[in-house]
Design a protein around this ligand. Structure first.
Ligand code: BEZ
Ligand code: FE
Length: 278
């Protein structure tokens, strides 16, 4: 046994773990300690910087509530959420890609009739969203649940403005029939900043990053026997596509929006979702 020193720090700390600890816990914790010590060593972390880091994490925890999860937001802006998602959702070519879930999904959105409107506040440019849920062979999937949510025309989700927006504004669930088709009327989404009035917003501003997300529609598509798909479709041409604050954009998720005239809706966006079998 040797005492802790600058050069053996990692071995000493990891050597304290019990051989009886859960093997996966040992693997993850020893890797974390290894990288944490390497980080401090590599940038020669100063005491006041270490303190600032502790203070930042403390404030990040203090602002968390049932309505606000600042640690997930931190993981999102550091690209960690997207990396964990990428590592765990490697899909075959052609299958629809996942992207970040985000904090604004609400369980149990109203089940709506196919084609029904999800926008309840009368704001925004109306848009018909439609497409099919297919398997990797191009066959329609019957009974898939297409759960959708977006911000309103002012850039806020209903849950961010419970006293202003109608409950379930821009949300709904749709169940596909034998043709695998889904359709609903929402609004052409608008870009919006992630919540930036807390420690994560301060961090972004300190490192010269903006908090904006490019306009997108969220989808959670589930069907028995298939992998869960958590994704968005992005609005082609949005100014923030290449600088999304949470790194959620993928080429394959950028959708066309066609301007319509003489139709009940002002825009139409077609997008098929391709699911992978379990
Ligand atoms: C969202 O798209 O709703 C979102 C994702 C990550 C952080 C904040 C918001
Ligand atoms: Fe969003």
């Amino acid at each position: 046994m040797s005492y802790f020193s600058e050069t053996n720090s990692e071995q000493v700390v990891n050597g304290r773990m019990s051989p009886e600890a859960d093997p996966r816990m040992r693997e993850v914790m020893s890797c974390l300690v290894r990288h944490l010590h390497a980080f401090a060593r590599e940038c020669h972390l100063r005491p006041e910087e270490w303190e600032a880091g502790i203070d930042f994490l403390t404030r990040t925890g203090q602002i968390c509530s049932p309505e606000r999860q600042e640690f997930i937001l931190l993981s999102d802006v550091l690209g960690l959420s997207m990396l964990v998602d990428a590592i765990n959702n490697r899909r075959p070519e052609g299958a629809t890609e996942n992207t970040v879930f985000g904090p604004f999904h609400v369980e149990g959105a109203p089940l709506r009739r196919m084609g029904e409107r999800i926008t309840l506040d009368g704001k925004g440019e109306s848009c018909l969203f439609r497409g099919r849920v297919l398997d990797c062979g191009g066959n329609p999937i019957e009974g898939a649940c297409v759960d959708v949510w977006s911000d309103n025309a002012d850039g806020y989700y209903d849950v961010q403005q419970p006293d202003i927006q109608p409950k379930w504004n821009n949300r709904g669930r749709f169940i596909t029939g034998a043709d695998g088709r889904y359709a609903f009327v929402g609004i052409k989404p608008v870009s919006y900043p992630i919540p930036d009035d807390g420690p994560v917003g301060q961090l972004l501003s300190r490192i010269g990053r903006h908090p904006w997300r490019p306009a997108h529609m969220h989808y959670l598509v589930t069907a028995p026997g298939y992998q869960k798909l958590i994704t968005h479709t992005f609005v082609d041409g949005d100014e923030y596509l290449e600088s999304d604050a949470v790194f959620g954009v993928k080429n394959t998720l950028i959708a066309d929006y066609e301007k319509l005239s003489g139709q009940p809706t002002e825009w139409r966006s077609d997008f098929d979702f391709i699911l992978v079998e379990n």
